[in-house]
Design a protein around this ligand. Structure first.
Ligand code: NAD
Length: 309
């Protein structure tokens, strides 16, 4: 294992952060960590990470600090106050926010501390990608900072999927737009399949016709099969976090003065599903809204399942 010279501070060792810190350690980076739940960091500490009680201590003992927190509000909490990152980062220090968030929080931080090197670097790939070190990472900020920290990103993601997508805020925007489009595909597919089935068409015949048509999508070809074959609505990513992302996506559209009619509609359907099936239901649970209207789950017959995949 290569011994690395950069000490990485890491705040937020939840579903994603726990895998990411394991991979940073496996790549030889010394870590300084904290979380509001000390038990979340127990594994990292058992592998040699240094535990500290506050974000300020993380900042003063690391060469760069990564945050991986649920929402912009949590990121702001960690930045501010006497124990916060912002006052404790050294002159010219580096902060990388890998949370799915919106640009405002980091913009305010950069206004308060113009000397800091700041990158937004949200990810795709779910907790399994975090655990396997195969995340896709969308980075906004200065190119020289991206190159300087490339070995850190490569410890957590696949090298060819670590993308410098533009200036500050571009990483957040790309991540939110990917989620927005995927959630829109989910609702559109649920509607089309349930109407077609209600009209008397066989589910798999309809799906294959869609796959062979100009209306095909990755969702209808691949992702929907976890529901149609296994009734799996992906509880690895909670509906509460999906609703958070859709809300942030609408906030982003509003902040740049663009209409967001479709996002608003998809957002409302996800919120309806959260009210009906609970915050911890899987991110694909809104599909069930249509299954409930149909009066039966949409499932492929097992005999055809293997053939069409
Ligand atoms: P999580 O809730 O599992 O983990 C967040 C961690 O942050 C928790 O351990 C929590 O205790 C800690 N935390 C909260 N407030 C804190 C504070 N003030 N100080 C220190 N620690 C604090 O969330 P997650 O699933 O790991 O997601 C993290 C981010 O990654 C979110 O923005 C999410 O949208 C995004 N994301 C998640 C997934 C996924 O599949 N889970 C995939 C891609 C992106």
């Amino acid at each position: 294992m290569t011994k690395r010279t950069l000490t990485v501070g890491f705040i937020g060792l939840g579903s994603m952060g726990s895998g990411m810190t394991r991979n940073l350690q496996a790549s030889g980076f010394p870590l300084v960590v904290t979380d509001v739940r000390p038990e979340a960091a127990a594994d990292a500490v058992s592998r040699g990470a240094v535990w500290v009680d506050t974000a300020a201590e993380v900042a003063s003992r690391s060469d760069l600090v990564i945050t991986m927190l649920p929402t912009p509000r949590h990121v702001d909490q960690v930045l501010r106050g006497p124990d916060g990152l912002l006052d404790a980062l050294p002159q010219g220090g580096t902060w990388v926010d890998m949370s799915t968030s919106v640009p405002e929080v980091a913009e305010r931080a950069r206004a308060d501390r113009p000397d800091l090197r700041v990158l937004d670097a949200p990810v795709s790939g779910m907790s399994v990608g975090a655990a396997n070190g195969t995340l896709q990472i969308f980075i906004g900020g200065d190119a020289d900072d991206v190159e300087r920290l490339r070995e850190v990103f490569e410890a957590m993601g696949e090298p060819e999927r670590i993308l410098h997508v533009g200036g500050h805020g571009a990483g957040y925007a790309v991540k939110l737009m990917i989620n927005q489009l995927w959630f829109s595909h989910l609702i559109a597919t649920a509607e089309v399949l349930s109407v077609g089935v209600k009209a008397g068409v066989d589910l798999e015949v309809l799906r294959r016709a869609l796959v062979a048509s100009p209306a095909n999508s990755n969702f209808v070809e691949h992702d929907v099969l976890s529901i149609l074959d296994h009734g799996d609505y992906d509880e690895g990513f909670a509906l509460a976090l999906a609703c958070k992302d859709l809300g942030l996506s609408s906030d982003l559209a509003r902040s740049v003065g663009m209409p967001y009619e479709l996002s608003g509609l998809v957002d409302q359907q996800f919120r309806r599903a959260k009210a009906m099936y609970g915050e911890r239901a899987g991110e694909m649970a809104p599909f069930r809204l249509y299954e409930d209207l149909l009066g039966e789950p949409l499932r492929r017959a097992q005999a055809t399942a293997g053939v069409a995949r």
